[in-house]
Design a protein around this ligand. Structure first.
Ligand code: NCD
Length: 338
């Protein structure tokens, strides 16, 4: 794909060489993300960061990624403080905000809304999550993390990957985008573990099968996570249910803790989660007793989000080759934390 000036709305836009390109640029962002070097390549550029649904990681890491490239961030959070609450259309909001920004990231509760917004925008728009539909930057950082974790184990190839996805696979947009992304690889085994009512949408299962992948569906976790490289846990997406009582039917159904991991998983199985994990006792999908497990990759995964989002900005705004020019070492104290 041509990155420069493009919207990033869906994983379907990418082919395998595009993914390699994103990962290669993400690797090159490490000195900046890790606070060893400073670049001002986006000096003067403005990101419109518009989040109409709760977010911590995605919003802040998109903002940090832009700041780390030297740009400025303007933010709107929630409908209440936005003119959308006064009845403004997505079309008008897009026309106006794209006059104030060089690139826009948007999260919105309605599937397809970010694409609708992008159609009216005069600048590139990135989908930070549209309802239960897609979350492309999360899928990219997830696969980037999988690749890094496997490389750490001495495996260089994503072909032949075995992954279990656990939890709310119906409404979880991160797993929808991740499955679409895995379709670009070969010979993947995907174990889908969910209550029957919350299984992966059939169209996505079909896409995986058409890509030649092995898809196994189950509603029990123990036993189903025994032969996987990656156990990818997800939260029950309560905000997509009719009410709390409906979400309560499924909350806490799958709980991974150290004892279950030891009993079921291979010693190197990597544990992932897009976060936030729901740590309330009635849910607790990933127990805190996994925090010292070296295969718990959830915080490395969140750190990787900055690298991947920096790469997307650098590619879309066409500055990849300029990032290292005009860069310098940091001149403040930076404890080693990566
Ligand atoms: C996810 C999301 O918003 O889709 N979070 C994230 O962006 N890292 C997953 C979730 O909220 O459960």
């Amino acid at each position: 794909m041509k990155f420069s000036g493009s919207h990033i709305l869906s994983i379907s836009q990418f082919d395998r060489s595009d993914i390699e390109r994103v990962f290669e640029v993400a690797d090159r962002m490490a000195p900046y993300a890790h606070r060893q070097r400073v670049t001002k390549v986006l000096d003067g550029a403005i990101l419109g960061n518009m989040f109409f649904e709760p977010s911590t990681r995605t919003r802040v890491s998109f903002g940090c990624a832009f700041n780390l490239l030297g740009g400025e961030v303007r933010e709107t959070t929630g409908f209440e403080t936005s003119a959308i609450a006064k009845g403004e259309s997505l079309y008008d909001t897009a026309r106006v905000l794209s006059g104030y920004s060089d690139v826009i990231v948007m999260r919105h509760p309605v599937s397809g809304s970010v694409a609708e917004f992008a159609a009216a925008s005069r600048v590139p728009v990135m989908n930070g999550g549209d309802g239960a539909n897609e979350h492309p930057s999360q899928a990219l950082l997830d696969l980037y993390t999988i690749r890094k974790e496997l490389q750490h184990q001495g495996r260089s190839d994503l072909d032949g990957l075995r992954i279990a996805m656990i939890g709310d696979l119906k409404y979880g947009r991160t797993v929808h985008s991740l499955c679409k992304l895995l379709c670009l690889y070969r010979n993947v085994t995907v174990v889908l573990i969910a209550p029957t009512e919350l299984q992966m949408p059939p169209a996505i299962v079909e896409q995986l099968r058409s890509a030649g992948h092995t898809v196994l569906e189950s509603d029990v976790m123990e036993g189903s996570i025994s032969k996987v490289d990656i156990a990818y846990s997800t939260r029950i997406q309560e905000e997509r249910f009719a009410d709390r009582a409906e979400a309560d039917l499924y909350r806490g159904r799958y709980r991974l803790n150290q004892a279950i991991y030891t009993r079921n998983c291979e010693p190197n199985t990597v544990i992932m989660h897009p976060l936030p994990r729901d740590s309330r006792s009635e849910a607790n999908e990933l127990d805190n007793d996994l925090n010292d497990n070296p295969n718990l990759a959830i915080f490395r995964q969140a750190d990787n989000g900055v690298l991947v989002r920096m790469a997307l900005f650098a590619l879309i705004l066409d500055v990849v080759e300029q990032v290292d020019k005009n860069a310098r070492d940091v001149n403040w104290y930076t404890e080693r934390r990566f």
